[in-house]
Design a protein around this ligand. Structure first.
Ligand code: PTJ
Length: 237
């Protein structure tokens, strides 16, 4: 669809179109539309901009990802919204991308691999299906060279069960989730409460400055993001 650039909600409409394109091209799940809508609502409450809390979380995340053996998990919404930027992040961090789908089918796995290869990735993990983690959903199927064995896992736009399983395995989990109340947000070691379309390019920029790991208080950071949402709600009355 041709969205006029002058439309006041141009960017928002464009990202919706990207999800629809992902569905049409076979890499994004139809349910991805529902997840996207939920994210939009929280982003609205955030004022659709990166807060100082999200900035601090991105910086801590980059420091951790750079200083440990890490892997970037990708689902259908990530592929639709920011495949190119995700590949750039993977390169600056020297961390592979692993496809991990909740609504996993062989066709979608192939389409995801194709999407990231055309976005510039040299290798995409996840299709080998040679290891499992302790959850019942299709997300249990992982790559022995990626999620299974690496210490730090970036999990954008996720539901909570995998974060809990990864934590049980002793891993350091970094989430990108606009919903600060979600199980993933609360269980992760670092939660970036921001839209992935803003967070990933910011992480690329921060990685160039090679930040040092100085520890991170996720509960305090989440409280800060929630306070911003509450403030925006009160100011709108
Ligand atoms: O591609 P698949 O098969 O692995 O399925 C992926 C989806 C996204 C459908 C699946 O993981 C899912 O249903 O996720 P949930 O449980 O809806 O959780 C997604 C979370 O991501 C929600 O808390 C949303 O608020 C949040 N979210 C949605 N869009 C964005 C986002 N967070 C950051 N940036 C966004 N653009």
């Amino acid at each position: 669809m041709n969205i006029p650039k002058s439309h006041p909600r141009y960017k928002s409409l464009l990202y919706r179109e990207k999800i629809v394109e992902g569905i049409n091209r076979g890499y994004t799940s139809q349910v991805g539309l529902v997840a996207h809508g939920r994210g939009e609502a929280f982003d609205y409450l955030l004022g659709e901009k990166t807060s100082s809390y999200a900035h601090a979380a991105c910086e801590a995340a980059v420091a951790k990802l750079m200083s440990t053996r890490s892997v970037l998990s990708a689902n259908g919404n990530v592929a639709a919204l920011c495949a190119e930027e995700y590949v750039t992040l993977s390169k600056v961090l020297n961390a592979p991308i692993e496809v991990n789908l909740f609504y996993r089918t062989p066709e979608r796995m192939k389409a995801m691999e194709k999407r990231f290869l055309e976005a510039g990735a040299e290798e995409v993990l996840g299709l080998a299906e040679d290891a499992e983690i302790q959850i019942e959903s299709e997300r249990r199927k992982v790559d022995s060279r990626g999620i299974y064995s690496r210490e730090t896992v970036l999990v954008p736009l996720e539901d909570g069960d995998r974060t809990e399983a990864l934590k049980r395995m002793g891993k350091f989990v970094i989430a990108i989730d606009l919903n600060p109340l979600s199980r993933t947000a609360k269980k992760a070691d670092i939660t970036i409460v921001d839209n992935i379309v803003r967070a990933v390019p910011l992480m690329v920029e921060l990685a160039k400055k090679k930040p040092r790991w100085r520890g991170f208080d996720n509960a305090a950071n989440l409280a800060g993001s929630m306070a911003i949402m509450q403030q925006n709600l009160s100011n709108s009355q």
